[in-house]
Design a protein around this ligand. Structure first.
Ligand code: NDP
Ligand code: GDR
Length: 347
């Protein structure tokens, strides 16, 4: 039987938007993917996935900060599920642009919730919440019950969106699900995020197109999973009988330094470390050449030192489980970056 469901994905030009669109199209949905007006087109991710010309994919121009546009988006598409993935999602930039981050990442959520309240309270809503809300962590591992302590304007803005989703669930009976997702990466990750910055630079070093990888805090620990698996969890949250809050994570944490080692290992380079903190360097074990060094510019005013999440609730209630290991994920990203750099791709 064909599925006639129709969904809105805000932020289809982002990593998760592209993977989620692919998943929903495979499931027979009509997908209304929103993008912002920009001076240059920005559809490389849906092109990489080969879905840009899918007959059931409709691209809609939309900005999350516009309330009346949010209302019209719901009215004109008639969608029954909304996945709110749009955000100013880069933690580092949120310190430099706290107002913009708040307008998009916090108030934008309110715009969509208000639009649902006005247009049709039966629309199911997914909010892209984040482990950044745990910030200075109050328990290990972090679960749905762990108290929040955000450490960036981005984390604070996301906490607002998370609580508003719960508030509209409790006040108006809206099916608002909040997914507290830990870091998830892929070959479609933006190059400003640390994993992709590492895999892209390692590929360039291997190909002789870059000399050195410059990073900030190597001691930060993250729970990294594969994005394609996480969007499946988002979909499952909206198919459940009741709206709820779920953590999606792998329950494994590694330092940025370990991810650097893994990425170089994927191109057969062993890294040896010396020096401390801002003086730390990583050298090629064979040649002695410096390949990694610290640039204080990449440190943040306040850091989230350690994240590790328990996905137990999602596993029990939704049957969701991550399967790709960090080694597999890192090797997949390095391979994609080698191939892109060889063909001179600009993303
Ligand atoms: P990306 O940064 O790759 O994508 C963000 C998307 O939001 C882009 O499509 C971007 O458009 C869009 N966007 C930004 N501002 C606006 C606006 N004002 N109006 C409409 N669209 C806008 O993020 P990810 O795909 O990695 O993440 C998806 C969501 O999940 C985000 O909300 C993020 O905060 C959250 N999240 C991500 C995690 C991760 O590890 N990836 C973990 C936990 C939560 P444009 O291309 O034009 O910039
Ligand atoms: P994060 O991801 O802040 O966890 O947010 P990011 O990859 O930017 O940073 C992870 C950790 O690496 C450290 N780091 C560096 N980070 C970047 N970007 N660049 C560097 O050069 C560098 N050197 C060290 C950071 O300090 C940090 O500790 C991501 C985003 O996707 C959010 O939208 C999402 O909510 C969270 O993951 C979960």
């Amino acid at each position: 039987m064909s599925n006639t469901k129709s969904a809105i994905i805000t932020g289809i030009t982002g990593q998760d938007g592209a993977y989620l669109a692919q998943l929903l199209l495979e499931k027979g949905y009509t997908v209304h993917g929103t993008y912002r007006r920009t001076s240059s087109v920005n559809f490389w991710r849906i092109e990489e996935l080969g879905i840009q010309n899918h007959p059931n994919l409709k691209l809609v121009e939309y900005d999350l900060t516009d309330l009346s546009a949010s209302i019209r988006l719901l009215q004109e598409t008639g969608a029954t599920e909304v996945y709110n993935l749009a955000a100013q999602s880069f933690v580092g930039v949120s310190f430099a642009q706290p107002h913009t981050t708040t307008e998009i990442t916090a108030v934008g959520v309110l715009n969509l919730l208000e639009a649902i309240r006005i247009v049709n309270t039966k629309i199911r809503f997914y909010q892209a919440s984040t482990s950044e809300m745990f910030g200075k962590v109050q328990a290990i591992p972090q679960t749905e019950e762990t108290p929040f302590y955000p450490r960036s304007p981005y984390g604070v803005a996301k906490l607002y969106g998370h609580w508003m989703t719960i508030n509209y669930r409790e006040s108006y009976g809206i099916f608002g699900a909040s997914g507290i997702l830990f870091n998830h990466e892929s070959p479609l990750r933006g190059r400003e995020f640390v994993t992709r910055k590492i895999t892209d630079t390692v590929a360039k070093i291997k190909l002789g197109k870059a000399e050195v990888l410059e990073l900030g805090n190597l001691d930060a620990k993250r729970d990294w999973g594969f994005a394609k698996e996480y969007v499946e969890g988002m979909w499952r949250m909206l198919q459940a009988d009741e709206p709820d809050t779920y953590v999606l994570a792998t329950n494994r944490t590694e330092t940025v330094r370990s991810f650097v080692e893994l990425a170089f290992k994927a191109v057969d380079i062993e890294i040896v470390w010396s020096g401390k903190e801002e003086q730390e360097i990583g050298k090629c074990a064979k040649s002695g050449k410096v390949l990694v060094r610290i640039n204080p510019q990449f440190y943040r005013p306040a850091e989230v030192e350690l994240l590790i999440g328990s996905p137990d609730k999602a596993t029990k209630a939704l049957g969701w489980k991550p399967t790709t290991t960090l080694e597999e994920l890192c090797a997949m990203m390095v391979k994609a970056d080698l191939e892109r750099n060889e063909r001179g791709a600009s993303f």
